[in-house]
Design a binder for this molecule. Structure first.
Ligand code: PMV
Length: 327
């Protein structure tokens, strides 16, 4: 029996993480070099609803109905069943593979969710619009993250650079725009090697925000302004000018205590090797950082990061786009 398959990329947050949880804007882009892939092989003799899940990268090898109710993969399959209006999926073997590091700020949970929803749709021969894929993946993000902004599932679903702002209590509606990118942006993404579950970093920020709302709201506003400037800089194709904005965003992230010694050290190493700016990316407290490079400087920055202790680096380019606009 042929397998039905689907794939989704990793992602990086260029500007605005954490503040985005508090209704400020953020900018994110896909990282195509790392991906989640899902293969579904039908098992016709099996009973409907009999699904075998095999996900070696997250140490899962079990029958669907043995997964706890709180498991994100279980929740995706159940919610997809509701979406497609079926009681049980036909029996199948679901294999989930991912090269995206886990708990590292590269969107591995969202990518697995999006690839799984697309593969399930294909298995049933059904169409599902991107908006619904993102909404279903968002439900799983709640299990991974507690109070997600929705940026991860959105950028991974659309696989294009986005400008994202969660609706406020007043506006309700989330503003998602495809970002116009005026010129290529070269980045080195580096893994600090410290696993950092997003749920913990986000909960820590929330606790400190509750203790000191004035200070934290001011910092979130500062980040919001940086995002606005970054957006205009990206649109006008002045990639070099993003460096100081990234470094300023990092200062604000240090102020909300989501950077750490290892990230600060690696960021310094990237700057010494010629990066135009650098910051942590994602939840922080570990995970990945991004350094702004050029095609010429990227290999040297990558090498310097590895020598300074990064466990892995990815050289990636955000390609120009010719269409922006509200999604
Ligand atoms: O999943 P991560 O580690 O890339 O973090 C997501 C970004 C946060 O702003 C920290 C959380 C969120 O839901 O937006």
């Amino acid at each position: 029996m042929p397998a039905f398959s689907a794939t989704a990329p990793g992602k990086t947050i260029l500007f605005g993480e954490h503040a985005v949880v508090y209704n400020r804007a953020a900018i994110a882009a896909p990282v195509e070099q790392v991906r989640a892939k899902v293969y579904i092989t039908p098992n016709p003799p099996g009973k409907p609803g009999n699904l075998k899940i095999d996900a070696p990268d997250i140490a899962l090898d079990c029958d669907f109905d043995t997964l706890p109710k709180t498991n994100a993969i279980r929740s995706i399959i159940e919610n997809a069943g509701v979406e497609f209006n079926i009681e049980h999926f036909p029996s199948a073997h679901i294999r989930i593979k991912s090269t995206i590091p886990i708990a590292a700020g590269l969107g591995s949970g969202a990518a697995i969710s999006v690839a799984l929803i697309r593969a399930l749709a294909s298995f049933l021969g059904r169409q599902i619009p991107d908006e619904r894929i993102s909404a279903l993946a968002y439900e799983a993000e709640k299990i991974h993250h507690g109070t997600p902004s929705g940026i991860d599932n959105t950028v991974v679903t659309y696989a294009q650079p986005i400008y994202f702002c969660k609706g406020t209590a007043k506006t309700k509606k989330t503003n998602v725009e495809l970002l116009l990118v005026g010129a290529p942006i070269s980045l080195v993404v580096a893994d600090s090697g410290v696993a950092s579950p997003t749920v913990q970093a986000v909960a820590g920020v929330r606790q400190r925000w509750q203790e000191n709302p004035h200070l934290y709201d001011k910092i979130f506003d500062n980040i919001d302004e940086i995002v606005d400037l970054a957006r205009r800089t990206i649109e006008s194709g002045k990639a070099r000018d993003l460096g100081p904005l990234m470094s300023e965003n990092q200062v604000q992230l240090q102020a909300i205590e989501v950077s750490n010694r290892q990230l600060d050290y690696l960021i310094q190493a990237a700057m010494s090797a010629g990066a135009q700016g650098a910051k942590l990316s994602g939840a922080g407290c570990g995970g990945n950082l991004i350094a702004l490079a050029t095609p010429d400087t990227a290999p040297g920055i990558s090498q310097a990061l590895l020598e300074a202790g990064a466990v892995n680096t990815i050289i990636t380019t955000i390609q120009p786009t010719n269409k922006g606009g509200v999604l």
